[in-house]
Write a protein that binds this ligand. Sequence first.
Ligand code: GLU
Length: 174
Amino acid sequence: MADVFTPAPVAVFTTGGTIDKLYFDAKSDYAVGDPQIGSILKEACAQVPYTLTQIFQKDSLDLTDEDRAVIASHVETSDAQQVLITHGTDTMVETAQVLQPMNDKTVVLVGALNPARFKNSDAVFNIGFAMAAVQTLPPGVYIAMNGRIFDPAQTRKNVNANRFEHVAPAEAEG
Ligand code: GLU
């Protein structure tokens, strides 16, 4: 585990998802906009050093196996020991499971159930929580959502209840 008192830069990779969505009222339509995590960290006066790289700007339902390989390659080649990935929630477990063999770094996936641009969004809380998690968890791949840490091998998104939940490995998504 890294020295939490002298933080090294966290590599932040963004892939899209609802956290970055824009709502077009006239069309009643959503599109994935620019990454919101940079402004969230700035507004929070976050003092954690980080680098920010936009990999994709996609709804996670549109991410392909090739896209997941690209995300994995960014994680693998990053100099950072701590990696934070913003990602849509629908297939977050799937991507986390692809990354799980790469357990020499601390990798945390985070998103939001409601767009960061909305007043009633979980984005700010989730980003703050995930930034703390990535600095303090031992090497491994984790999902940090709504105040809880999940092991991707034992997690699914309960779409009806709109939350992540711990399940037996055989019931995990992916
Ligand atoms: N389908 C979207 C996605 O997974 C919605 C879920 C979300 O981002 O929270 O990107």
